[in-house]
Design a protein around this ligand. Structure first.
Ligand code: ADP
Ligand code: ZN
Ligand code: ZN
Length: 728
C-alpha cells in the first residue's frame, strides 16, 4: 500500500455541505496560490469556485488520484486576508459547520461565480463652482436634482454612496453632469470631515473619556444606555479618532435598524460616505461596497450580520448596536452569532469592540458582571424627554373586548380625543404556544424540571423542551375544573378588526410582515403617522424599533402572558427587552408618554421588578434564575437539529445519534419536537446537549462528529448542529 507521497497540493474549501477540505494539484506545476485566493476546480461533473486554505502542503492522497485545479482566479491575489482566514477557520471549528459554506459567507455573492472579477475603483462625484452657485438659488422644478446637489454639498460621493439615494440616481446625476454642476473625479480614500455634534452629556462624556484614556488594544465594552440616552452620539465620538488616524470602523446593526436616517446621521457628522452591506442590496452594489472596504478606500462600513466578514485591512474599531437583537444570530445554514464572532474578530486584531443596547442580553450582562466586559451605563435621556410611565391593567378585574381591556379602551379614547396617537403592540417574538386556563390562569408545568410545557396543537400533546417529557392535553383545567383551556395568543388581523369596530372613523394602520411586505407600504404608512392627527398603530416587533413617532403618547401592550409562562426559557428576557423598546416609542418629545400592560398575572414577580426597578434589576434577576435552573448563559448548549418528511425517520435518527453521543460531563436530552414542529410538510426535532463548561461540550461534540456522520439514517434526514442556539 502506498500511503507515502510527496505531492505538494492546494487544500481547498468548496461550497458543498461536507465537513472537509479537498486536495488539488496546482493548475500549473510550481504555481503558488496563497491562502485566501479563489481557484476554479473540477468537482464531479461540475466546476466549482473554491478558496485556498493551505498551499504547498503534503497530501495523504496518492498523486495519481489527485485532480488538477483548472485555474487560479483574480491573478492569484488573496481576496480574504490571513486574519479573516484565521477567523473563518475558528468559525467552522466552533460552529461545527462545513468549511466551504463558512468561507462562502465571507465572499460577496457575485464572487461565488467563476466569471466574476474584482471591479475597478468606481468614480466619485463632486460639485463644480457652478453647482455651488446653483445651490444658492431656489429648488426650482427638479427637486430630485436639487436634493442630489444638497447631498454633494457635504462632500464628494462615490457611485456606491449615490446608489443609496434610490433607483433613479443615474438619470438624475447625468442631468447634473450635463449642466456642468457636477463633475467626476477619481476615487481616493475618503478623508473624514468631522462636524461637531451636540455637547455631550456628563454620562456620555465619561464613556468617551474612558475610551480615550484607555489604549486601543482589545477590550469589549458594553454601552448599556436607555433608549434616547445618546448611544449613537457616543459611537460617533468613538469613531472620530479612529477615522482621523486613517483606520477603518465597522458598525453592525440589526436588520430592521439600517434606516436612511441612520446612514444620513453618520454621513453628516463624520463627513464621509459609509459603504453599506446587507442582504437586500443588489449583487453589483454589494460587490462594489465590499471592494471599497477591502481596498481600504472606504473608512466606514455599516451593515447587518452579513457585513461582519468584510475584509478591512485597517480595521480599528467594531461597534455592534442593539447587541441583544436576535437578527445577529443566523438561523439557518452557518448558524453563527455575529455578536460573538465580532468579539472574537476584535480579540484577534487586538482592537476594541463596543456592544450597545438599552436592554443588554443576559449573555452580555453575565460577561459584564464577571468583569470580562467593561460596563458603561447611560441612565438619562440626552434630550429633555422624560421616560414614560408604566401601568398594569389586571385583565381579571376588567371587562374585555376581543383582547382589549375596558380600561385600555377608555385611555385610548382619551388619547385620541387629545388628537394624539396610540400604538397597540402585540408581542409575537419568542412565541411558544402555552396552554392556559382563562378562568384561573393555570398553565402546564413539567413535573420533572419545573419548566413550562409547550402545547403542540396538532399532536394534542404538551411537551417539555428542557427534558423531553411529554403528556396528553387535559380536557378540563386541572386546577379549577373549568372548560376554559385555550392557547394564548390573538393575531394582529383580528385585533385590527376589533379596534376598527370600536373606533369607527379613526385610521388604523397595521404594521407587520404581511401588511408591509410591499416595498413602499411601510414608508407610506410611516409618513401618514408623521403627518400627525389621531390614529392607531397596530403591530408587532416591527413597531418596537428605531422609529420616532412624536405624537404617539400611549402604548398598549396586549397579551404578554404567553411570554410570562412560555416554554422557551428566553421568552421572559425577550419580553423585557421588547417592552423596553416599545415603551421607548412613547412620548419621545414634549408630550409625556404612558405604557399599559394587559395581563391576567398582575402580581408576576419578574414583571413587577421590571416596572418598579427597571431593566437592569429585572435582567440580573433573570440571570440569577438561570443560574439556579442551570441554563445559559451560565451553562452551555448545542442542538442537533434534524428534519424530514417522515416523522419516524427524524426520531430514529436522533435516537441513534443520542446513543452514539460520547460519555462525559455534557449531557444529552431528547429527541423532542421543535416548538414549530411541522414546517412546509417537514417534521423538525432536536437533541439538546448541555454542559457546565464550553470546553467539555465542544470536546464531546468534536469526538461525536465522525460516528454521527457514519449513521446510515443520516442520509434520510437533513441535520445540522446549532452551537449556542437561540431558538428551540
Ligand atoms: P440612542 O442611540 O441611545 O437611542 P441617540 O444617540 O439617537 O440615542 O440620541 C437620542 C436623541 O438625543 C437624538 O435626537 C440625538 O440627536 C439627541 N442627543 C444625543 N446626544 C445629545 C446631547 N449630548 N445633547 C443633546 N441631544 C442629544
Ligand atoms: Zn383553571
Ligand atoms: Zn422537563
Amino acid at each position: 500500500m502506498n500511503t507515502h507521497t510527496t505531492s505538494r497540493v492546494l487544500r481547498v474549501a468548496l461550497p458543498v455541505p461536507l465537513a472537509q477540505l479537498f486536495d488539488y494539484l496546482p493548475a500549473t506545476d510550481g504555481q503558488f496560490a496563497p491562502a485566501g485566493a479563489r481557484v476554479l476546480v473540477p468537482f464531479g461533473r461540475r466546476k466549482l469556485v473554491g478558496i485556498v486554505v493551505e498551499s504547498g502542503v503534503p497530501s495523504s492522497v496518492p498523486e495519481e488520484r489527485l485532480l488538477r485545479a483548472l485555474a487560479l482566479l483574480d491573478e492569484g491575489q488573496p481576496l480574504l486576508d490571513a486574519g479573516l482566514m484565521g477567523l473563518l477557520a475558528w468559525c467552522w471549528q466552533y460552529y461545527k459547520h462545513a468549511p466551504g459554506e463558512v468561507l462562502q459567507t465571507a465572499l460577496p455573492p457575485a464572487l461565488r461565480k467563476p466569471d466574476a472579477t474584482l471591479p475597478p475603483a468606481p468614480a466619485q462625484f463632486a460639485l463644480t463652482a457652478e453647482g455651488e452657485a446653483r445651490l444658492q438659488l431656489p429648488t426650482g422644478r427638479a427637486p430630485a436634482q436639487y436634493a442630489l446637489l444638497q447631498k454633494l454639498a457635504l462632500g464628494p460621493v462615490s457611485e456606491i454612496g449615490l446608489a443609496l439615494e434610490g433607483p433613479r440616481w443615474r438619470t438624475t446625476l447625468a442631468r447634473l453632469v450635463d449642466q456642468g454642476w457636477v463633475h467626476s473625479a477619481p476615487l481616493v480614500a475618503s478623508e473624514p470631515h468631522i462636524n461637531p455634534g451636540p455637547v455631550l452629556t456628563r454620562e456620555q462624556r465619561s464613556v468617551v473619556n474612558a475610551f480615550s484614556s484607555g489604549d486601543s488594544h482589545f477590550q469589549c465594552h458594553l454601552l448599556d444606555g436607555v433608549t434616547g440616552s445618546g448611544k449613537t452620539e457616543v459611537y460617533l465620538h468613538l469613531l472620530e479618532p479612529v477615522l482621523k488616524a486613517g483606520k477603518q470602523g465597522l458598525v453592525l446593526v440589526p436588520e430592521i435598524g439600517l434606516t436612511p436616517q441612520l446612514l444620513h446621521r453618520f454621513r453628516q457628522r463624520l463627513g464621509l460616505d459609509p459603504v453599506v452591506i446587507h442582504s437586500r442590496i443588489s449583487q453589483g452594489e454589494r460587490l462594489g461596497a465590499w471592494e471599497a472596504a477591502r481596498s481600504g478606500r472606504s473608512r466606514l462600513v455599516i451593515g447587518t450580520r452579513s457585513a461582519l466578514f468584510t475584509p478591512m485591512p485597517a480595521l480599528g474599531l467594531i461597534i455592534l448596536d442593539e447587541e441583544h437583537d436576535s437578527s445577529f444570530k443566523q438561523q439557518e445554514g452557518f448558524r453563527f452569532s455575529a455578536r460573538d464572532v465580532a468579539v472574537k474578530r476584535a480579540a484577534d486584531l487586538d482592537i476594541p469592540v463596543v456592544l450597545g443596547s438599552a436592554t443588554p442580553s443576559l449573555e452580555t450582562l453575565n460577561n459584564a458582571q464577571a468583569g470580562r466586559y467593561t460596563w458603561h451605563r447611560l441612565r438619562q435621556r440626552a434630550t429633555q424627554a422624560a421616560l414614560p410611565t408604566w401601568r398594569i391593567l389586571d385583565m381579571n378585574q376588567n371587562s374585555r373586548h376581543q383582547g382589549l381591556a375596558g380600561g385600555a379602551v377608555e385611555l385610548m379614547a382619551e388619547t385620541l380625543s387629545r388628537r394624539e396617537q396610540v400604538m397597540v403592540f402585540l408581542n409575537r417574538r419568542g412565541w411558544a404556544p402555552v396552554l392556559m386556563c382563562e378562568e384561573c390562569g393555570w398553565h402546564a408545568l413539567c413535573e420533572r424540571c419545573d419548566s413550562n410545557l409547550t402545547w403542540h396543537r396538532s399532536a394534542a400533546r404538551l411537551c417539555c423542551h428542557h427534558c423531553g417529557h411529554q403528556r396528553r392535553v387535559p380536557a378540563l383545567c386541572p386546577n379549577c375544573r373549568a372548560d376554559a383551556l385555550s392557547g394564548a395568543g390573538e393575531g394582529t388581523q383580528q385585533l385590527e378588526r376589533a379596534i376598527q369596530e370600536r373606533f369607527p372613523g379613526v385610521p388604523v394602520l397595521r404594521f407587520d410582515r404581511d401588511s408591509t411586505s410591499r416595498k413602499d407600504s411601510f414608508s407610506n404608512q410611516v409618513e401618514q403617522v408623521m403627518q400627525g392627527g389621531p390614529c392607531i398603530l397596530v403591530g408587532t416587533q416591527m413597531l418596537a424599533k428605531g422609529h420616532h413617532f412624536p405624537d404617539v403618547t400611549l402604548v398598549v401592550v396586549v397579551n404578554i402572558d404567553q411570554a410570562l409562562y412560555s416554554a422557551d426559557f428566553r421568552a421572559l428576557e425577550r419580553l423585557g427587552q421588547t417592552l423596553l423598546q416599545v415603551s421607548g416609542r412613547a412620548g419621545r418629545e414634549e408630550k409625556p408618554g404612558s405604557v399599559i400592560l394587559q395581563t391576567f398575572h398582575p402580581d408576576n414577580e419578574s414583571l413587577a421588578l421590571l416596572i418598579s426597578r427597571g431593566y437592569e434589576a429585572f435582567a440580573l434577576g433573570q440571570l440569577e434564575e438561570r443560574r439556579l435552573a442551570q441554563l445559559p448563559p451560565v451553562t452551555f448548549q448545542a442542538l442537533l437539529r434534524a428534519e424530514a418528511l417522515i416523522r419516524k425517520d427524524v426520531e430514529l435518527f436522533l435516537s441513534a445519534a443520542a446513543e452514539s453521543f460520547p460519555q462525559g460531563a455534557a449531557r444529552v436530552f431528547g429527541p423532542m419536537p421543535a416548538i414549530k414542529e411541522k414546517v412546509a410538510g417537514r417534521y423538525r426535532m432536536y437533541l439538546l446537549l448541555q454542559s457546565n463548561t464550553r470546553a467539555e461540550l465542544h470536546q464531546q461534540i468534536d469526538s461525536w462528529l465522525i460516528p454521527l456522520q457514519a449513521l446510515p439514517l443520516g442520509r434520510k434526514v437533513r441535520w445540522a448542529i446549532d452551537v449556542d442556539p437561540q431558538e428551540l
